[in-house]
Design a protein around this ligand. Sequence first.
Ligand SMILES: [Zn+2]
Length: 253
Amino acid sequence: MTDNGSRITGLAYQDAHIHIQDADSSVLQTEDVGRFFCCATSYADWQIVKSFSEKDDRVIPFVGIHPWYIKTQDDVDGYEERLREALINCACGVGEVGLDGTDKASPSEWQEEIFRISLMIAKDLKRPVLIHCVKRWDRLFAHLEQVGAHNLRFCVHGFTASREILDRIIALGGYVSLSFRGIEKINRLVAVPEDKLLIETDWPYVPAQAFGKKYGMVLKETYQRIAGARQVTREELQESTFNNAAAFMKGLL
Ligand SMILES: [Zn+2]
């Protein structure tokens, strides 16, 4: 627990996936946010993400390379050593890492190797992993099964995929984080089990429906709409997601 313990034991929002380094840092002034899981996307921002957490206890850093930003073979070759070193010296999670089958992504051999190493080290050092997956679900499950997902705390972020994929994630013990993206799909908002649900903005990378809204509005409206769909109060949702995040982070908060 941190100095902010007393401030965040009350009901608070938390953001399970944000890139503060790419945003106006005034997001940290948003009221009533008890935790920010701040994800790096390339080596260039690992230190920046860590420095936010040094200045503000509510920021929990995650380090990794996003599947769009693996630029060279050297990025891949040096990754295992650099990730281990970054984690050993810091109460960090692993992320944002994953697999992406769109044109924006880096070559798939590089993605697969970075993801494999990320899962292996996360398991080894008992760190939670925040995962991005687009159009590569079978490969994602192959990696999770290979590493032994039941001994890994992982969360698939910004989830908008099918019920079948959701069920496979849950069967492996994973968490699922929902955002404003696809928020009109009520069935999906309801389907995630209560003890596996996290809520995020992915700020500043919000979908078009959220353009023009302020950060705090997007986060609060996401909670409000998910609470409404699930027929629970906002306070109940805050409490359950707060507890889920503590279980996901286990020992790192
Ligand atoms: Zn992200």
